[in-house]
Design a binder for this molecule. Structure first.
Ligand code: RFL
Length: 410
């Protein structure tokens, strides 16, 4: 299948079987799967290549997702460089408790910063597999999605002209603040929303990790988290009021709160460092149902936002992208519709499973500091059960690893 330029010159209308809007983990994975199947596509991205290759976000990749990337030839660097984790630590009531989830399930997490994965995926798509990609595009619009001749237009950053691209399918992979979801006419999709009622101060510290695993601190002042990213950089989280101003959190206040909320008998002291990222995330989720509207197929954060409570968003984006890339390739090379017909329901099964776990974990993290003694009591009971019952710990481990859902097609 080749991309044919319908007309050359200014105002040219190009044609690609698939236009992918957004070059995050979802869009770039779809693009790579399509290129591997010999299907041409065009990826449109509002930011520059340099920016997306250094934008820090996620870091925890579940083992099934790593295997999915590996099967598609996209995990070489990840497998060489990622840290492999099999334990996490809960700190509450002044004590520390290890949960050895790899021992319980035989599965692991991989820690590989999102910007490294995006860098690998762009290089493979554009430089190795020869995929078309335009960076810095503006004002992306979708047209005629309910016809069999949809198109996408954008303003070219160099000429300032609007360019039109005719296609068969549009993959909406432009994240939680993108435009593709807004192309859904009112009443054609349901959006389920949930607000956790808390904020998280998301921090990146130029400091080596303070512990050899992920740490969750449940404290009456609020949740605190510690997550390794690399030997030089560590992510921390501090629960804060929703909409709080990061300027309310100067260096000394951050480290004092982290020390207090992560304190436990025998815990190593925190290694402090310069704070290179400090932003407040309001913790909310939403799910668009269904993920398909005419020739538009949504994937990743464009379709469902999962607050980073359980480190699930990028994993879900990869799950959608595997299914969507394979389904589009089957439709465009073999005229096989089955993957596309099953796409929305197959993604939503895992999305809702992860939403449910995220909701459960949110209560575990935030109940202690809720100010409600009943919620605080339930939280402590849940925490104790995790360390009193191997069955409860194994159930947690399966959900934490995303291993409890049925893998249909990844
Ligand atoms: P992305 O990564 O947001 O990519 C969307 C891309 O689309 C571009 N874009 C547009 N392009 C064209 N036209 C438009 N109109 C456009 N509008 C936007 C954007 O510039 C961008 O390049 O979405 P995608 O691919 O669905 O991937 C989702 C993940 O990025 C997200 O779920 C994770 O980062 C969430 N997340 C985590 N997920 C995990 O699985 N494990 C983690 O450990 C984890 N930690 C996190 C996280 C998210 C965080 N933040 C910043 C919310 C930690 C944090 C702090």
């Amino acid at each position: 299948m080749t991309a044919a330029s319908l007309r050359a010159g200014p105002g040219a209308v190009q044609r690609f079987p698939v236009v992918v809007v957004g070059a995050g983990p979802a869009g770039l994975t779809v693009g790579n799967v399509l290129r591997a199947a010999g299907v041409d596509c065009l990826v449109l991205e509002t930011e520059s290549r340099a920016l997306i290759e250094r934008r820090p976000r996620a870091g925890v990749v579940e083992e099934w997702a790593v295997r999915g990337l590996e099967r598609r030839g996209l995990a070489r660097n990840l497998l060489e460089r990622a840290q492999v984790h099999g334990e996490c630590e809960f700190r509450f009531a002044g004590e520390r408790y290890r949960l050895r989830y790899a021992e319980l399930t035989g599965r692991h997490h991989y820690v590989y910063p999102q910007q490294f994965l995006v860098t690998d995926l762009v290089r493979e798509y554009a430089d190795v597999r020869g995929g078309a990609i335009r960076f810095g595009v503006r004002d992306v619009r979708l047209h005629d999605l309910e016809s069999d001749r949809p198109s996408v237009s954008y303003v070219c950053p160099d000429s300032g002209e609007r360019r039109f691209v005719a296609c068969d399918f549009v993959a909406g992979c432009d994240g939680a603040r993108g435009v593709t979801r807004t192309a859904l006419p009112p009443g054609r999709a349901r959006v389920a929303r949930h607000d956790h009622g808390v904020g998280w101060l998301a921090l990146l510290a130029e400091a080596p990790p303070s512990c050899d695993c992920v740490v969750f601190g449940m404290h009456p002042s609020g949740f605190a988290g510690h997550m390794q990213r690399s030997p030089e950089v560590t992510r921390y989280y501090l629960q804060c009021p929703p909409g709080d101003d990061p300027e309310n959190w100067p260096h000394d206040r951050v480290w004092t709160e982290l020390r207090e909320r992560l304190a436990a008998t025998g815990a190593p002291p925190l290694t402090e460092g310069r704070l290179i990222e400090k932003r407040v995330l309001d913790m909310h989720d939403h799910v668009v149902q269904p993920l398909v509207f005419g020739r538009l197929l949504l994937a990743g954060d464009a379709a469902h936002l999962t607050a980073p409570i359980a480190a699930k968003g990028m994993n879900l984006a990869l799950h959608d992208a595997f299914l969507l890339g394979d389904a589009l390739a089957a439709r465009l090379t073999e005229d096989d519709e089955r993957g596309l017909s099953a796409y929305s329901a197959a993604c939503l099964d895992r999305v809702w499973d992860y939403q449910e776990f995220s909701q459960w974990l949110s209560e575990l993290y935030h109940g202690t500091a809720s100010g409600d003694p009943y919620r605080a009591g339930l939280t402590l009971a849940r925490l104790r059960r995790l360390f009193a019952s191997r069955v409860a710990a194994t159930a947690f481990a399966e959900q934490y690893l995303g291993a409890a859902t049925t893998d249909r097609l990844t």
